[in-house]
Design a protein around this ligand. Structure first.
Ligand code: PLP
Length: 474
């Protein structure tokens, strides 16, 4: 006993003993062995620090049961999957932090069919010989866009890098000063240009660039005229940008290819749904652009990918670039992209089946009804008078259509006993994390970005966070 008083660490149990004592708990049963041991080790270490500092006292038995308790806490955290499903109640349809576009059912099915086994990813079934990884999507892409050839790489940043590196390394690329954009996550046109080995030649000014500015910059070292769609911001007022058609006219005259980095790259004209008109991929191809690049997971609503369409001779040169191998897509992407593109072969079907298009084109009456249903589901579970419907806006997000304000009906929650920011934090840290907006100490839920089944789950978790009486008590 005297010894124990002199050396408090003698009360510390061994890791194996802690594991033995905790073994019967279901948290530990559901935790991989390596992580369970790690949790027990962390628990023993924590108690060693506390005992040494005199912050913990007690019998050997007390310390051991405390070790078990801590082990279970740590194990629950360690066993949790890192990449988890999140409910998006922000109304931002293409949320880059939340994985951009949710995939269509058909795309999910296609991934499941090819990913769990073998597939003809690079096999021509007709001849039994080696085939192209791009054959699954090339034919559909050329049909949907009117281009001669197509190639798909890891993302649009990679597509731009590959196109510039193939067509313009060591030579000059002419770009308007108004289009030297940063897309986010350090994708800046001048930096990508430098990485590709192409030399940037800026022309015009921030707000005005004319065809003659490009013409003056064209010389012996010019390889390409580049147009970048400024997808995440707009310069308004005293402005002029050279159209794709004018660039093509100049390019033809000088024997130079024209490339358009469209960014979001929609295949359907969303202007019919009061969204700002964006040039669609088929329009830009029809205007004569020789190479067009766009993302798979922005307005297209498919998997992360960078799609390149254009003139056969140029696309073939890109396919032969060794960099293509480093940027190639895998079978899951190929499967998801083919299924997504197939939906577009029937545009009415695309609007229903592709979640991004469904969300963007949702009609006001349907939105109001969804908001009402969500408000009712939450209202049933908490104190009356805390939820209301309010008018607001949803955003497209993902750097697409920056000025678009989609009229929305939101569910507004007024928390008592905790700030809206606190409720936002608790919802984010819940078993199924929920992302919401906060404005003027109210929590806002936008039903536009909820997927089937999300509403009930959301209401359930709001009730948990608010406490039965809506007081936000513990
Ligand atoms: C989004 C975007 C990119 C980058 O595309 P990722 O698919 O995110 O790599 C490049 N250029 C433009 C104009 C964009 O809008």
């Amino acid at each position: 006993m005297r010894e124990d008083r002199h050396n408090p660490l003698r009360a510390l149990p061994a890791v194996d003993e802690v594991l033995r004592r905790a073994a019967s708990d279901e948290i530990l049963a559901g935790c991989p062995r390596v992580l369970a041991r790690e949790a027990a080790r962390q628990a023993v270490e924590e108690l060693r620090r506390r005992l040494a500092a005199g912050r913990e006292t007690g019998s050997r038995e007390d310390i051991a049961s405390l070790a078990v308790q801590l082990t279970l806490e740590y194990a629950a955290v360690l066993a949790r999957v890192n990449l988890r499903r999140v409910i998006n109640a922000t109304g931002v349809v293409l949320h880059t932090n939340l994985g951009r576009s949710p995939l269509a059912e058909e795309a999910l099915g296609a991934v499941a069919r090819v990913a769990g086994g073998y597939a003809n990813l690079e096999l021509d079934l007709a001849t039994g010989r080696r085939g192209s990884r791009y054959q699954a999507v090339e034919g559909i892409l050329t049909r949907l866009t009117g281009s001669e050839a197509a190639l798909v790489v890891n993302n649009n940043a990679a597509a731009v890098l590959l196109a510039l590196g193939t067509l313009a390394a060591g030579r000059e690329v002419v770009v308007s000063r108004g289009q030297l954009v940063e897309i986010g996550g350090s994708f800046r046109i001048p930096d990508v240009m430098a990485a590709s080995g192409a030399v940037l030649v800026e022309v015009g000014t921030t707000n005005k660039t004319y065809q003659r500015d490009y013409a003056r910059a064209c010389g012996e070292r010019t390889a390409l005229l580049l147009q970048v769609h400024t997808s995440n911001y707009r310069v308004v007022g005293f402005v002029h940008e050279t159209s794709t058609g004018e660039l093509v006219e100049l390019g033809r005259e000088r024997g130079l290819p024209v490339m358009c980095d469209l960014g979001s790259g929609s295949l359907v004209d969303l202007a019919a749904w009061d969204l700002p008109g964006e040039p669609t991929v088929p329009e830009v191809v029809a205007a004569g652009a020789d190479v067009v690049t766009f993302s798979g997971d922005k307005l297209l609503g498919g998997p992360q990918a960078g799609i390149i369409v254009g003139r056969r001779e140029l696309v073939e040169r890109m396919k032969k670039n060794p960099l293509t191998r480093a940027l190639r897509i895998d079978k899951m992407t190929a499967a998801a992209l083919e299924a997504t593109l197939r939906a577009y072969l029937d545009p009415d079907r695309a609007l229903v089946e592709i979640p991004v298009l469904r969300m963007l084109t949702m009609d006001p009456a349907a939105l109001r009804q969804r908001a009402q249903e969500l408000a009712d589901a939450i209202g049933r579970r908490i104190k009356p008078g805390q939820v209301a419907l309010v008018e607001g806006i949803s955003r497209v997000g993902g750097g697409a259509l920056p000025l678009a304000e989609l009229p929305a009906v939101l569910v507004e929650l007024t928390p008592y006993g905790a700030s809206a920011a606190e409720v936002q934090r608790r919802l984010r840290e819940g078993p199924v994390p929920i992302m919401v907006r906060v404005q003027e100490d109210k929590v806002l839920f936008d039903p536009r970005t909820l997927l089937p089944g999300d509403g009930e789950l959301l209401a359930e978790q709001v009730a948990q966070v608010m406490g039965g009486d809506g007081s936000c008590g513990p």
